[in-house]
Design a binder for this molecule. Sequence first.
Ligand code: SAM
Length: 214
Amino acid sequence: MKDGYWLVGFQYELSGHLYSLGRIPRCKSAMLKHLKEGDKVLVAGVGHGTEAIEASRLGADVTAVDLSETMLKHFRKRITKEKPPKEIRIIHDDIFNVRDTGQYDMVISNFFLNVFSETRVREVANHLGTLVRPGGYLVVGEFVLPEQGWRGIVQTINWYIAISIYSSTTEAVFHPVWDYPGLVKGAGCTIEHIEYFDILGVNLYWSILGRKIG
Ligand SMILES: C[S@@+](CC[C@H](N)C(=O)[O-])C[C@H]1O[C@@H](n2cnc3c(N)ncnc32)[C@H](O)[C@@H]1O
């Protein structure tokens, strides 16, 4: 199976942490406060699985999906080390092969949609939307859409540094920042809340909480 992260997967979690001065890991877990014990959670493109392990600690039944064996190897290592209280179901496959329509209370897509091209990203977001039960949540953690003015310049540079590195070392596609709230709405959700993560007053990352219209 295709492993777009065989080269850089080992350092993905650490570099995200350092690059964002800790904002990216906070962004990934921001919406877990909306979970209830026993909720069914799907983490798409789980990577090393920060939020998947935390969701399990909160009592959720977690399913984690990823196409990269390298990423899953590191995720499994963390599970062995951190021993989350509930078993996490791991699926090594393409997200499109997960067809549990309407089965999840929360579907989480952290820094996952940004790897896809403009056409593909809509298909992926819409697919994620189908997996959420009516009234459930679709959570997207991502780079913010640049604003006008000098802050927008900083936000744009922040994104292009990251995508330049990852599009040359992984299967991620080089592109501008996508309109993630628009994608969440296109996936059949209303936007309930957005939490921002800034450095020196410039919002660089956001966690978008969408609720599936039911
Ligand atoms: C940019 S990384 C983000 C990883 C993790 N969510 C994080 O925030 O650290 C994108 C992840 O999505 C996975 N991925 C890419 N395309 C996928 C697909 N079609 N189905 C499942 N996983 C995929 C990659 O293997 C990679 O682990």
